[in-house]
Write a protein of this length. Structure first.
Length: 256
């Protein structure tokens, strides 16, 4: 809670999201409210250049030059050329590898034929858009579920090799001690350091653009103006002279 005095405001800094299992509708397991942690991991991937470079490099090593088949049988050729109508096998494996590195697992949607139970198509399912139940036998999927709170989610059964029919979900995850059904990425214990890297870049950027060091205090010893309008006029005047073109600089003004 912020502690306030007459002329100063002290603000409590935000904490990193934690791994917290939340049960939705007493059935589905979520990474915090509506998979909030998953979206935080995506944000960190886009904010930290070092973290992004490491994840991207690992994915490149995993995927290499794409997929090749030694036997060139019909099943292998289909996987390589057209696992579904939207992408090639090489494109699919990149998505799966990226999810595996960012989240610690991935989801595949498997589609079987009505006659014969043959696998006809398989699709990448964004990790952040899925919630498993407590024993990962069923899954709730909704595109952009964060925005809709998974209110219109579609329920799928887990893949069962003995019942190859309809559409099911294959959940592949790394084993993580104590995390149960929900997995975690290998870098989870380093999240704070990844966040620090992103914040340092943002801090330096704002300092350079504003032309004014963050956390600087200007003390005006002529007393405090009588009205709020006069106070704001003084502050606005100082900011014009000390901030960059995008007004990114932060100036603390104290009337003594």
């Amino acid at each position: 809670m912020a502690k306030e005095t007459k002329d100063f405001h002290r603000i409590q800094l935000a904490a990193m999201p934690e791994f917290k299992v939340v049960e939705k509708d007493r059935k589905w397991l979520s990474y915090g409210y509506n998979n909030a942690l998953c979206y935080e991991l995506i944000d960190l991937l886009n904010q930290s250049s070092k973290h992004n470079a490491l994840i991207t490099s690992k994915v490149n090593y995993i995927t290499g030059n794409g997929l090749k088949s030694k036997n060139n049988d019909a099943a292998s050729v289909k996987v390589i050329t057209s696992p579904n109508v939207m992408e090639t096998g090489a494109e699919l494996i990149v998505k799966l590898s990226m999810d595996a590195e960012v989240f610690g697992g991935y989801y595949l949607q498997l589609v079987f034929s009505k006659v014969g139970g043959k696998l006809t198509d398989f699709y990448h399912v964004p990790f952040q858009d899925v919630m498993p139940n407590e024993d990962s036998t069923k899954f709730l999927y909704e595109k952009n579920g964060k925005k809709t709170s998974f209110k219109n989610g579609i329920e799928f059964d887990a893949f069962d090799p003995k019942h190859r029919k309809g559409t099911s979900i294959l959940y592949v995850r790394d084993y993580r001690v104590g995390s149960g059904v929900l997995t975690l990425p290998s870098y989870f214990s380093s999240l704070k350091y990844i966040k620090i890297d992103a914040e340092i870049a943002n801090f330096n950027y704002n300092n350079i653009v504003s032309g004014f060091a963050a956390g600087t205090m200007i003390v005006l010893s002529n007393g405090k103006p009588e009205t709020e309008e006069q106070i704001q006029e003084v502050i606005d005047g100082l900011k014009i002279n000390t901030s960059g073109t995008d007004k990114a600089g932060e100036v603390i003004v104290y009337f003594a």
